[in-house]
Design a protein around this ligand. Structure first.
Ligand code: AMP
Length: 210
């Protein structure tokens, strides 16, 4: 089973992708996490990606598509995978189709812009393993320490308020057209993002069973 999570930055794609990953035992593949890792390690892809990420823009397709292709070719993705943050443009969705990847369902998590802006200020991420948290809705057990790997949990550079607005603009211009793209293919399942994460998780599982 191959799934995609769509939604604005901060809508909860990463969190729900992790939940579905556990339940269905499929790897969650986050291009954002892979790009942050590449930046941290100073790889060629990371060097190319950094300035775009810092500005809230999309990283060029040739960088992202290459990373994604290599990841889904690994053994653990043979039985299926959950994409979080890819595709982000119609061109990327078409590239997936050209790779021969069949998508079973696309979960679109809808959250209003105002709520996104409110939420992003409380979002935190583990600098080591990429796990996502929120100071109010999904806090770590010990402050600033990742529950999973004990790494430090930090505010992402691109979650700073000025960058969040740029990322939302990018989302509306370039990513939102994918809603129509997957709707027309009969794959789209829209979930209204809830205040409580567990409520969104329940709706997500229901949407996957439809
Ligand atoms: P995310 O963690 O998914 O919010 O991604 C963080 C940043 O990584 C985005 O703002 C983009 O700069 C970049 N990025 C992640 N996925 C993609 C993608 N599929 N295409 C282009 N840029 C991406």
């Amino acid at each position: 089973m191959n799934l995609i999570f769509l939604g604005a930055p901060g809508a909860g794609k990463g969190t729900q992708a992790e939940n579905v990953s556990e339940k269905y035992n499929l790897p969650a593949v986050s291009t954002g996490n892979m790009l942050r890792e590449a930046v941290k390690n100073g790889t060629e892809a990371g060097l190319k990606a950094k300035s775009y990420m810092d500005a809230g823009d999309l990283v060029p397709d040739e960088v992202v598509i290459g990373i994604l292709k290599d990841r889904i070719a690994l053994d653990d993705a043979k039985k299926g995978f959950i994409l979080d943050g890819f595709p982000r443009t119609v061109e990327q969705a078409e590239a997936l189709e050209r790779m021969g990847v069949t998508i079973d369902k696309v979960v679109n998590i809808h959250v209003s812009d105002q709520r996104i802006i409110d939420r992003m200020s409380g979002r935190r991420v583990c600098a080591d393993c990429g796990a996502s948290y929120h100071i109010e809705y999904k806090p770590t057990s010990a402050e600033g320490v990742c529950d999973l790997c004990k790494g430090s949990v930090v505010l992402r550079d691109d979650d700073k308020p000025e960058t969040v607005l740029a990322r939302l603009k990018t989302y509306h211009e370039k990513t939102a057209p994918l809603i129509e793209f997957y709707e027309s293919r009969g794959k789209l399942r829209t979930v209204e993002g809830q205040i409580e994460i567990n409520d969104t998780t329940r709706l997500t599982f229901e949407a996957l069973e439809k």
